[in-house]
Design a protein around this ligand. Structure first.
Ligand SMILES: Cc1ncc(COP(=O)(O)O)c(C=O)c1O
Length: 478
């Protein structure tokens, strides 16, 4: 008789706190695997003698095996090996034709949020390294939050009233416009799914965040890419595409766009809002880098320039506080906001109250402004270190502009460079880089790499770029 995996794991991890009982249960489990269904186990007294254990320990071991469904005890008769349905070898061939075409591109999806691990230098990652995060403060706040009664009651699905009030401030929104969600990625999916119907078109600046591409795919939207430059999306191209596709939603990162670092210029902000108004379109404003301004604070959200509810903003605390906090918000006015908040209960009934409590405490603590100040200076050093290392050691990679905030540099490689091959070679050399292909909806116009400065220390940055420079010239043609 073979055991299900969960049974083996439970036994190995010592499901009972009594180690001896867990040990006996593991030995009996071995024995049972060679027995037939219905076969009788020795009585408890005999087992106690055999294992030189107390009756209590044997009873605890048998209870473990019973809980795992491996044995059953019939009072007055004894303990028997339980019958177990033996499943045939799995055959999943039927599933794919039934499922039809996959919506979310699995290759891109496997990279969003992925992290290679501590043996790689993270020269591409969308979060901050541990020493830049307020982890010690979060530990203390987390312990206090766990003790508070507010952490263990149900909050409204839209989020705690205090947190909504706090998050509304930067957006000059009403607290009631705010929907607390489990991070920016969830916010993007909620927004895209609610503001459009499957089959509709969404326009995205290109290149863009791969997570936004898969969010749109998951919502069943067709994606049209419009190029951008250092001042954000090209407005004339956006106008043409809105007319051509009749798209009713646009995804933008107006501040320190991932991956280019572009900031939408003040002039283009006005033009984009006019275009959205004329087309009757929504703009999903991904405000992920709100706290990551380096030269200055990030420009005000597009949301603050739009009284009519065209802009729906998504913010996240994953970047400045901790990738593990998984807390963000969608901010939306008018019926769109009502729909978003109403339909969230179809997905889940809210973000865990303890996480909301931690976020609230962090944002209102004196630690927060101190942390953001320290972060700004650390990011400036790391960004400059990365730009310098590229310019001095890797001149074949051209960085069109050094961003004033965010986490990433966007480097253009010589024409003909195979970025898939280059990323694989970098990976073998212990360096994680972002293959530019994943940031384009369609074919990339040139080979690019995304290189990040938030996740690696300055020495790691220097070493990482040194290793990239040492890669074979056939991998990186200059
Ligand atoms: C541009 C952008 N938007 C949104 C997110 C989502 O982040 P999270 O779900 O961790 O809040 C990310 C994460 O990498 C990002 O880079």
């Amino acid at each position: 008789m073979s055991l299900p995996n969960h049974a083996i794991t439970l036994l190995n991890s010592g499901v009972s706190h009594n180690n001896r009982a867990a040990q006996i249960a593991a030995e009996l489990q071995q024995r049972i695997s060679g027995m037939r269904t219905g076969e009788r186990l020795p009585g408890a007294r005999q087992l106690a003698t055999e294992f030189r254990a107390s009756a209590g320990t044997i009873s605890s071991a048998l209870a473990t095996l019973t809980a795992l469904g491996l044995i059953l005890t019939e009072p007055g008769r004894g303990t028997f090996v339980a019958s177990r349905a033996v499943l045939a070898e799995p055959d999943f061939t039927w599933q794919t034709p039934v499922l039809g075409r996959t919506r979310v591109d699995p290759e891109r999806a496997s990279r969003v949020g992925a992290y290679a691990g501590s043996d790689h230098i993270p020269l591409s990652w969308g979060y901050l390294s541990a020493e830049l995060l307020p982890t010690e403060e979060l530990r203390q706040i987390g312990a206090r939050a766990a003790r508070s009664s507010r952490a263990w009651v149900m909050t409204p699905p839209t989020g705690s009233a205090e947190l909504r009030r706090l998050l509304s401030a930067d957006y000059q929104a009403e607290p009631s416009d705010v929907l607390v969600v489990a991070g920016g990625q969830q916010g993007l999916v909620f927004a895209m799914r609610t503001l459009a119907e499957p089959g509709d078109t969404i326009i995205m600046e290109s290149p863009t965040y791969p997570g936004a591409i898969i969010a749109a795919q998951s919502a069943g939207l067709a994606i049209k890419a419009v190029p951008s430059d250092g001042d954000g999306i090209l407005v004339d191209r956006l106008r043409d595409e809105l007319e051509r596709t009749r798209a009713r939603s646009i995804y933008l990162q107006p501040n320190y766009a991932n991956p280019t670092g572009a900031v939408l210029s003040p002039e283009r902000r006005t033009q984009v809002l006019e275009l959205a108004a004329r087309a009757g379109a929504f703009i999903v404003e991904d405000d992920w880098a709100r706290h990551l301004g380096i030269e200055s604070s990030a420009p005000a959200p597009l949301f603050t320039q739009d009284p009519h509810g065209h802009v729906v903003s998504v913010l996240t605390l994953s970047k400045p506080a901790s990738p593990g906090i998984r807390l963000g918000a969608v901010i939306a006015r008018g019926p769109a906001g009502d729909r978003l908040r109403a339909s969230r209960t179809a997905d889940d009934l809210g973000v865990s109250p303890i996480v909301q409590e931690i976020a609230l405490e962090l944002l209102t603590s004196p630690v927060w402004p101190r942390h953001l100040k320290r972060l700004r200076s650390a990011l400036a050093h790391r960004r400059d270190a990365l730009a310098f290392a590229i310019a001095s050691s890797l001149p074949a990679a051209r960085v069109p502009h050094v961003p004033r905030g965010g986490l990433h540099l966007w480097a253009q490689l010589p024409h003909g460079t195979d970025t898939r091959e280059f990323s694989a070679a970098a990976h073998s050399a212990g360096v994680l880089v972002g293959d530019g292909r994943h940031f384009f909806v369609d074919e990339p116009p040139s080979p690019f790499l995304r290189l990040s400065f938030g996740a690696a220390t300055e020495p790691q940055i220097a070493e990482g770029v040194r290793r990239l420079a040492a890669l074979s010239p056939t991998t990186l043609r200059s």
